[in-house]
Each structure stands twice: as C-alpha cells, then as structure tokens.
Design a protein. Structure first.
Length: 125
C-alpha cells in the first residue's frame, strides 16, 4: 500500500488485505506512519501481484486507487481472520499477548483499477 507523506512523497508498506462490503480492509496494531498519513490525506494506492500469467507471459497484477479511512478498534479480529491466508491454515495471529490492543482498521473505497489481468479489460470498458 502506498500513502502520501506530509511533503507529498510516497510511503510504501506491505500489508495484509481482505475484502469486506466492497472495500479493501487492513488491520494495524499500532499508529504506524501509514495510519498517520491516511488520517492526513486519504488518497492511497494498493497493488497486488497474482500468481497467474497472461498470454504474453506477464505476471498479472492489479493496482487499486482510492480513498481510505481509518477507524479505531477491530484490528485483532481482522488480523485473526486474515492470518490463515497469509501465514497458513492453522495460523494464530496476533499472539495472545497482543490481543488486548484495539489497533486500527483501514478501509479503502476503490475509485479505479489498473494493471494486467481480467480486471484491466473490465476497467477499460
């Protein structure tokens, strides 16, 4: 995910992503720079790489552009739901010692999509 720093430069970080109610969601256990950036400027970009290749042999990927909003609380539950996808089917994250942290949830409402894949053809229509 890319957010904008105070001086307008990009701040890029790897995040776990889920989908809820047609929005992309991420959980954060602390007030990281990305959370501070979103609170100041909601514009974000999120890129994801597929494991598939197209007919020309290029890896498929999608870039989502949109506006994000941060709410307090709910990070632990979201991270517990996402952990099996990112860490394996029996993953237990965050550790029990961190489960009392309210954290933050970021939701991105997509405005447009780009990239290489079936979504790119749909976006062009």
């Amino acid at each position: 995910m890319t957010t904008l720093n105070a001086k307008g430069g990009p701040q890029v970080t790897v995040v776990w992503v889920g989908i809820e109610d047609e929005e992309f969601v991420m959980g954060h256990l602390a007030m990281h720079q990305k959370v501070k950036n979103i609170r100041r400027d909601a514009r974000v970009a999120l890129s994801m790489l597929s494991d598939k290749t197209n007919a020309q042999g290029l890896r498929e990927y999608v870039v989502i552009y949109g506006d994000a909003r941060v709410t307090e609380g709910g990070a632990v539950g979201l991270l517990q739901r996402l952990a099996p996808k990112y860490l394996g089917p029996k993953a237990d994250y965050p550790p029990s010692s961190m489960r009392n942290i309210a954290g933050y949830v970021t939701r991105i409402t997509p405005a447009r999509f780009a990239g290489i894949g079936p979504w790119a053809a749909q976006a062009a229509e």
